[in-house]
Ligand binder design. Structure first.
Ligand code: GLA
Length: 384
């Protein structure tokens, strides 16, 4: 049954308009673990995401149901909104409602039903997709679509993630989900939140997302540890140079000589070289040089493997197997790492055999069954 019919079954037929929306997941083409170091990232939205159906109500209640999770959430706009562990996914929505109210928006009551086709916890930003979806739907009821401030929406989602949920992530995911454009990657300056759309027509090639199906264990504590290591490296460079540097991406490779701690040295080297790779990658895409772009993907993965140490056996194996196939121009992990997904740029004609071979070889080595999704680059959150 389609989502709309299920919506009618749950909430009853409404004589009021029923509105439908889609909020995508994201992949990061290149620029990993850069968004909290003030540099450039190059993500895009994908064709998997979360669908939302909504109808307005005449009272101050917001009802939220998901077809993917059992918890139902009811929010009264006149009552205090608090995080409750048993509300599960609903906490993302509650956080959005709470902060929109705090920011002075006069929200309206509504019924909402959501359903996603994005694998959860696979590093494709299902939580950012959900935050941005709910924020967009609620603002849609009180603003004209063209008035909805997508930068605000992204910052709102990040605030929920950081302050309400308690995950210390950067701005890349929410910014992409809110602002992405079809057939384009988003070159985002994470210090100033300025961005540029980079045309990304993959003439004859496909972007294949490879899900290792390895759970991202300890992802959040490892993530916080990496953030801390970067802050320490920056402090060391600032002290040695007596310079007012804002972030690690303002440092040069020459500045690495000031760092004596080996771990911090490697983390900083990844950040500085990765930031340079993003700028190169954007230029290569502009010139349609997919081969050069693919080589940068491989360099990025190697840097994340050896210097940043966030890949692990499964991500390394799937990328290695992908790169063994002729006409795969490049592959790398995407997102936070420690499991989750990688991406590969593969000649369109061989995608089926690519998936078969990588799947078989990966399974042989890891005993895990991977999943593959062929994606195009899509628009950000929208009414459908
Ligand atoms: C996660 C975070 C992002 C970013 C990436 C790594 O996806 O949510 O903010 O830091 O990891 O690039």
């Amino acid at each position: 049954m389609d989502l709309l019919s299920i919506f009618h079954n749950i909430y009853g037929k409404s004589e009021k308009t029923i509105l439908q929306f889609f909020s995508p997941g994201r992949i990061n083409l290149i620029g990993e673990h850069i968004d909290y170091n003030g540099g450039y990232v190059l993500p895009g939205a994908i064709n998997l995401g979360i669908y939302g159906v909504m109808s307005p109500r005449n009272d101050t209640k917001i009802y939220l149901k998901s077809m993917d999770f059992p918890n139902e959430v009811e929010v009264d706009l006149n009552k205090a909104i608090e995080y409750k562990i048993e509300d599960g996914w609903g906490n993302y929505a509650k956080g959005i409602i709470k902060y929109l109210l705090e920011d002075g928006y006069s929200l309206k009551g509504c019924n909402i039903l959501i359903k996603g086709d994005l694998p959860n916890g696979a590093g494709l930003s299902s939580s950012a997709a959900l935050e941005v979806l709910i924020g967009y739907m609620l603002l849609f009821l009180i603003q004209k679509p063209e008035e909805i401030d997508k930068k605000y929406l992204a910052l709102l989602g990040q605030r929920v993630e950081n302050k309400f949920i308690g995950v210390n992530s950067g701005i890349m995911d929410q910014f992409t989900v809110a602002n992405a454009k079809k057939d384009h990657a988003l070159l985002l300056n994470t210090q100033h939140l300025s961005s540029e759309y980079i045309p990304c027509y993959l003439n004859g090639y496909s972007l294949v997302i490879m899900n290792t199906n390895k759970r991202r264990e300890l992802a959040s504590s490892n993530y916080n540890q990496r953030r801390q290591e970067c802050e320490n490296a920056l402090e060391t460079i600032k002290k040695a140079k007596k310079a007012a540097l804002n972030n690690l991406c303002e440092c040069t490779l020459d500045d690495l000589k000031y760092i004596k701690n080996e771990v911090e040295y490697k983390r900083a080297r990844h950040v500085i070289t990765e930031n340079q790779r993003v700028i190169k990658a954007a230029n290569l895409l502009k010139n349609n040089d997919l081969k050069g772009f693919g080589e940068l993907l491989v360099q990025s993965h190697n840097s994340l493997k050896h210097d940043y140490e966030v890949t692990g056996f499964e991500l390394d194996t799937i990328v290695e197997e992908a790169l063994k196939i002729p006409n795969c121009l490049g592959a790398r992990m995407t997102g936070a790492g420690f499991g989750g997904c990688a991406i590969a740029l593969v000649e369109e004609n061989i995608v089926d055999s690519f998936i078969k071979s990588v799947s078989k070889n990966y399974h042989q080595k890891t005993k895990l069954t991977p999943e593959f999704y062929i994606t195009t680059l899509e628009d950000g959150v929208r009414q459908i």
